[in-house]
Write a protein of this length. Structure first.
Length: 325
């Protein structure tokens, strides 16, 4: 199918809205005003829809059609606000985004260990509509010679979003990078991660930061709930993360590659819980850590599946229902 391009007027100037032939379109992609941003795009397959805001470089919503909200958390106080490269004013918009991992290497490339690199966190991205999906692309990061590219699509007739996150090496010296995807979500009733059969006994999870309270490993799953008073993070070596809310369940899959090297103590999936009034959690996935040379790239694919809760099931039972591939 021929490439269809939409250059957003607010950021890139106007080239007119592309017309997708109705007979060929499996999804609809439309500009919509959303929470104060005039450049938002809605992609829908009639079952679920995603809201993408290129001016902040994020997927801000993933929900069932007809719903006013979904599992994704976003900071209402920042609705409609622009990105800010000022390190003294880090703007946590929420939603789903990507940063280059490992975080411990950031000071080698940028003059700060926190907040995240400006190009990948506080910069607008270009938006291109390609076939039945869309692509977000960052500017070139001069420090590393990297740019990121995210292909976003909905599976026809299903409550599923597929996102391919790619880091491309355009210039400069070789650099090690892992595609890191961070999805910020409302505080759930439970987070769960199946423990791979190949994991060593008792090694289903590791502490990455803070003092994670209440983590349990039982019946082939790691489960955790957010503690309101302390931020913490754990990592696992699996491929699936499960978020159990009051009304729905979100499953995120990102296949772990056997034998590959991963950052953060070898973890490929991670949970983060935020303390305080911003009561969100993060479900995070990482691709293999690869040293890229000019002209090379690395990528990871994430699948997001949304389903309603089953009546009468406990949060643990809901998680267990999605624990197997």
């Amino acid at each position: 199918m021929r490439l269809l391009c939409l250059l957003l007027p607010l950021i890139f100037g106007s080239c007119g809205r592309p017309v997708v032939p109705a007979a060929a379109a499996k999804t609809s992609i439309d500009p919509v005003p959303w929470s104060g941003w005039s450049d938002a795009l809605r992609i829908s397959n009639g079952v679920v829809e995603a809201i993408v805001v290129p001016s902040v470089g994020r997927i801000m919503e993933f929900r069932r059609v007809g719903e006013t909200g979904g599992p994704f958390w976003h900071e209402a106080a920042l609705h409609g606000q622009p990105v800010s490269p000022d390190p003294a004013e880090w703007r946590n918009f929420g939603g789903d985004k990507t940063w280059p991992a490992p975080q411990e290497a950031w000071p080698q490339h940028w003059p700060r260990a926190w907040p995240p690199p400006v190009v990948f966190d506080q910069s607008a991205m270009s938006a291109v509509i390609a076939g039945d999906g869309m692509v977000l692309s960052s500017a070139l990061d001069e420090a590393t010679g990297l740019r990121c590219r995210r292909e976003i699509a909905l599976t026809a007739g299903q409550a599923e979003m597929v996102v391919r996150t790619e880091y491309q090496k355009v210039s400069g010296e070789p650099v090690a990078v892992s595609p890191w995807v961070i999805t910020q979500l409302h505080n759930p009733q439970l987070m769960a991660a199946p423990v791979p059969q190949e994991s060593s006994p008792g090694s289903g999870w590791v502490v990455l930061s803070g003092n994670p309270r209440g983590v349990e490993q039982k019946d082939g799953m790691v489960t955790w709930t957010r503690h309101p008073a302390e931020s913490a993070k754990i990592g696992m070596d699996g491929s699936r993360l499960i978020w159990v809310g009051a009304r729905e369940v979100l499953v995120i899959d990102s296949a772990r590659q056997p034998g590959a090297e991963y950052p953060d103590k070898g973890t490929s999936t991670q949970f983060y819980t935020n303390a305080g009034a911003q009561d969100y959690v993060e479900l995070e996935t990482l691709g293999p850590l690869v040293t890229l040379r000019t002209g090379e790239s690395c990528a990871a694919v994430s699948r997001y599946r949304l389903r309603p809760r089953e009546p009468g099931r406990t949060p643990t039972e809901e998680a267990a229902a999605d624990a197997l591939p």
